[in-house]
Write a protein that binds this ligand. Structure first.
Ligand code: CTP
Length: 413
């Protein structure tokens, strides 16, 4: 197994450590070799034996006795890996990484490495929200550390909120992407290459919305979220502090992006407002235009009559942010998913919604835009129309992030 495809996993002390066992199994199944370091805190939650059995390798725990375990010191441990992953990453280890401490094996390895690092924070919501943790993370991100999660949900401490570690499947995908990225200079995620959006905040909407009719049924659309997720990932790669408000999708959270998952258009709108002010907004979500006026708490039953749905219009997030009198983000980008005469319709939509750029794409049957890997778009703004060739949604995300950065860096208004 080449070094390029080996993960050095540091398991620190949080209840989410149990998920690292599944992560080890997943990575092995994906053909990625894995070697583990278990911190004293981590050892309170998972055993050396289970990590050793699942990884098929020694587990390293002690900075000073490491040379007794097969002759590998902390420098070699990092040298032998293509990627370092800290999962779970507690508030404590994050603070130590920021401070450059090296008082145990895990922190010594993290300080001694020149390899990409991915951390998966997991902690109580108050610890997550504490200024100290947020400041530490901002510094680590600026140094090029990749961050995935945390997710929102029920917590072991009985509270609800941000702080759950990302699931092993999402971590596995992120690790695979990082390995792909480090093999491809253009998409390398962990490199402090010219981060043109450092210091800027970006807000992205993505995916469809689900508008409930009753507890089991909803109105939805075919959006997969791939384009919005790719844009959020690209903005984060360029150093923007990126928050994505996503409707229901099957996609994992992009690396380095803070994700809030919502269901309906109204929830998406409220979540967006909570994230203002922002410098950049990209509305890539396919927001449902209407919702049921009276969704029922009880399932609607068949009673011989066909029910009549009374609909009401949803708030237009793009329009509302573009026309806000205070706090208007500097650059607001919308999407115009159209069939036939897409550019003309996008021009009309640009004028109506008053955003700065409109990205027109054809979603006619046969284009496979919804759910497909590729997209063909036209960027419409006050200066005219730029036609981009068909390319992957990831490439569109990167090119758009570059265009946004160039625009903001040359127009200092
Ligand atoms: N949009 C939004 N909120 C809505 C509807 C749309 O933020 N309630 C945003 C989308 O994210 C996209 C843009 O507006 O950036 C255009 O969305 P689209 O569905 O193409 O336009 P609609 O406003 O729904 O217009 P129509 O359905 O009449 O084409």
């Amino acid at each position: 197994m080449s070094v390029d495809k080996r993960v050095l996993l540091i398991v620190s002390g949080g209840i989410a450590a149990y998920k690292s066992l599944d992560l080890v199994r997943n990575l092995k199944n994906a053909g990625i070799a894995i070697r583990c370091i278990l911190t004293p805190g981590g050892a309170q939650f998972v055993t050396t034996l289970s990590l050793a059995t699942l990884s098929g390798d020694n587990v390293y725990e002690d900075l000073f006795s490491v040379t007794d375990q097969g002759g590998i010191g902390h420098i070699e441990l990092s040298r032998d890996a293509g990627l370092l992953v800290v999962a779970p990453a507690t508030a404590d280890i994050i603070a130590k990484m920021r401070a450059g401490m090296a008082d145990d094996l895990a922190t010594a390895v993290l300080l001694a490495t020149d390899k990409p690092v991915l951390i998966a924070p997991a902690m109580n919501i108050r610890m997550w929200e504490h200024e100290a943790t947020q400041e530490n993370l901002a510094v680590l991100k600026a140094r090029g550390v990749n961050v995935i999660g945390p997710e929102e949900g029920d917590m072991a401490c009985g509270e609800y909120g941000m702080g759950r570690m990302s699931e092993p499947d999402a971590l596995t995908n992120a690790i695979k992407n990082l390995f792909q990225g480090t093999n491809n200079r253009d998409t390398a995620i962990n490199c402090k290459r010219n981060q043109k959006l450092a210091g800027k905040k970006a807000l992205v909407t993505s995916g469809p919305t689900h508008e409930p009719l009753d507890p089991v049924r909803y109105i939805a659309n075919r959006s997969s979220g791939r384009q919005g997720h790719a844009i959020a990932a690209a903005l984060a790669q360029q150093g923007a502090d990126t928050v994505m408000i996503s409707g229901p999708t099957n996609l994992s959270n992009p690396i380095g992006v803070t994700v809030h998952r919502v269901g309906s258009a109204v929830e998406m709108f409220e979540a967006c407002k909570r994230e203002l002010p922002a410098d950049i907004v990209v509305c890539a979500a396919a927001v449902a235009d209407w919702r049921a006026l009276h969704p029922t708490d009880e399932k609607i039953k068949k009673n011989g009559m066909v029910p009549t749905l009374e609909l009401t219009e949803n708030p237009d997030i793009l329009s509302s942010l573009s026309q806000s009198k205070s706090n208007r983000p500097r650059l607001i980008v919308g999407f115009a998913a159209e069939t036939g005469s897409v550019v003309d319709k996008a021009l009309d939509k640009l004028a109506r919604k008053k955003c700065d750029w409109m990205i027109a794409n054809d979603v006619s049957v046969g284009t496979k835009t919804f759910g497909g890997a590729n997209n063909t778009v036209h960027i419409v703004d006050q200066n005219g129309i730029e036609n981009w060739p068909e390319m992957s949604k990831e490439s569109i995300g990167q090119r758009l992030a570059d265009r946004i950065a160039d625009h903001l860096n040359t127009n200092h208004d």
